[in-house]
Design a protein around this ligand. Structure first.
Ligand SMILES: Nc1ncnc2c1ncn2[C@@H]1O[C@H](COP(=O)(O)OP(=O)(O)OP(=O)(O)O)[C@@H](O)[C@H]1O
Ligand SMILES: [Mg+2]
Length: 362
């Protein structure tokens, strides 16, 4: 799937921009603060209904304005057209339309226009707490499987109810009802996470080998209390502890992904370069799984690529993503020449945009 036209009104520092994109490589170059990441974020918004940078919808409205609008015109790999419009108004909230028809729930849209983003903020996947990795996994699996997102929404709703109840001296029968529901949704989420993590590991290792050109084995291990014990059993066993704490101490909301290199935690023992290559390999593995599951090549968003790789590795990556397995690609860089040098050497066509002070010029 690719985006052939993007229109933006008052999205962050982009006032009113409209441009045509190529189905292959699209580069956005310009100074720091010009708006390159904002363009990438707008594309992410159309896929995931939210900013990739953890900004609220309100924060994405251009300062001094009341609303923003993002419109994307897509063509699928099967040559079908899709028009997606996402708008947000400080007063009216967020709406999402597909081919002119408003979605009842935003969640119904996730997965229609799959996208994978690689950005400097990926570092949080290594350095931050487990919830960052769970968030990553959730976003990824939601694009593959709509029922996963539904299970997750329900699980979180029941979990919040159960926690509220725990603080108020609950009756056993009430807890039993919640535990049953929590177990059911938790089981579905656990099964899917385990399945995806198992697929992710060999693909990540393969890409790591290509990108880093070294033979250190990398591994991804899905840690969950549910690996060994069913959730209904855990909930029952820990009921007393939960009452004392006033919240639910076991469940898939405590899962984690252990990222390792050479058998040791990536966070502590991976060099800067190894960590960056790992993250990139992880994202390319995600891309490959997503493409396989959807039968549709996602859009690949590579923000600030040189943040992760030196010129030699960027060249290797560009060769890699230039293959048939990858579809449309967005790349940003603040240096106007180094990316062009690499792309010109490669010879295949690409489209270049210059971003300056919130404007985008082909
Ligand atoms: N809601 C908003 N309204 C107006 N401007 C905004 C808003 N949100 C962010 N900006 C501005 O957008 C600019 C940052 O844009 P962006 O992150 O896309 O830059 P960039 O071109 O990617 O830069 P870099 O090369 O440093 O990564 C900043 O100047 C910031 O103030
Ligand atoms: Mg940027």
């Amino acid at each position: 799937m690719y985006l052939h036209k993007l229109s933006l009104i008052n999205f962050k520092n982009l006032r009113e921009e409209e441009f045509e994109l190529s189905p292959g490589i699209n580069c956005f170059v310009g100074d720091n603060g010009a708006g390159k990441t904002n363009v990438i974020d707008a594309v992410h918004f159309l896929s995931m209904c939210k900013s990739s940078l953890g900004m609220t919808d309100g924060q994405c409205v251009r300062h001094g304005s009341d609303s923003f609008l993002i419109e994307g015109r897509y063509r699928t790999d099967g040559d079908r057209s899709e028009q997606i419009v996402c708008s947000f108004a400080r007063k009216g909230g967020k709406t999402l339309k597909r081919n002119g028809k408003e979605y009842e729930r935003l969640a119904d849209h996730i997965g229609l226009a799959p996208a994978v983003i690689v950005s400097p903020s990926d570092g949080a996947l290594i350095s931050d707490a487990a919830d960052e990795r769970r968030r990553y996994l959730n976003g990824f699996i939601s694009q593959i499987d709509r029922s996963y997102l539904q299970s997750l929404v329900r699980y979180n709703a029941v979990l919040a109810e159960r926690n509220r109840l725990l603080k108020a001296m609950p009756e056993e029968e009430m807890l039993e009802v919640y535990d049953l529901q929590l177990s059911e949704h938790g089981r579905a989420i656990h099964r899917k996470r385990a399945q995806i993590a198992a697929l992710l590991e060999p693909e990540t290792a393969r890409y790591y080998g290509i990108l880093a050109d070294e033979s250190e084995p990398v591994s991804i291990e899905y840690r969950s209390e549910l690996n060994d014990t069913p959730l209904e059993e855990l909930l029952l066993r820990n009921r007393e502890r939960d009452r004392i704490n006033g919240f639910t101490t076991s469940g898939i909301h405590r899962d984690d992904l252990m990222l390792q290199i050479g058998g040791y935690p990536l966070r502590k023992f991976g060099s800067q370069g190894q960590q960056k290559s790992f993250l990139l390999a992880l994202k390319l593995a995600q891309y490959t799984l997503l493409a396989r599951e959807k039968g549709e090549r996602p859009i690949l968003l590579l923000d600030d690529l040189f943040d992760k790789l030196d010129a030699g590795r960027v060249e290797r990556l560009i060769r890699l993503v230039g293959s048939e397995d990858f579809g449309q690609i967005f790349i940003t860089d603040c240096n106007p020449t180094r990316l062009r040098t690499i792309l010109d050497r490669r010879g295949d066509p690409y489209t270049l945009f210059t971003v300056a002070d919130g404007t985008v010029q082909p």
